[in-house]
Design a protein. Structure first.
Length: 132
């Protein structure tokens, strides 16, 4: 899970997660994976939106933008899921429960039902990893 507040300096490094580098500008959010073999960065995901928080569940990236809308993204495409409050952030998801958890500035926790299994299978089918 990666949650970030919009930095005062919109250019630069936002976060590091193990071998993952996250860069954010006011209009673009990019996640790179560090390749140890040739010391390079491989782009995993690029979203042209103002992302306030997000997390990967399987190979699908779920995120919330500044307007409080929840999207999911795979294979370079973004799909709108639902509206949430602008002041909420994604905490993470529990795939077995089908719940995406959000929190606000008062640390109240909310949840949304998300059919993770269906979305993950669609992503696998479209990418050719799942045969019918």
């Amino acid at each position: 899970t990666f949650t970030q507040a919009r930095p005062r300096n919109p250019k630069g490094l936002v976060g590091l997660l193990s071998n993952t580098v996250v860069l954010s500008t006011p209009d673009k959010f990019t996640i790179y994976q560090y390749n140890k073999k040739n010391f390079s960065l491989i782009e995993i995901l690029q979203v042209n939106d103002r992302i306030t928080s997000g997390c990967f569940i399987g190979s699908v990236f779920y995120y919330m933008n500044k307007a409080g809308k929840v999207y999911f993204s795979f294979l370079g495409k973004e799909f709108f899921y639902c509206n949430a409050d602008k002041k909420q952030f994604i905490l993470g998801g529990v795939e077995q429960q089908g719940r995406l958890y959000l929190f606000d500035r008062t640390n109240a926790v909310y949840s949304l039902y998300v059919p993770f299994e269906v979305i993950n299978n669609v992503a696998k089918f479209v990418s050719g990893q799942l045969k019918v």
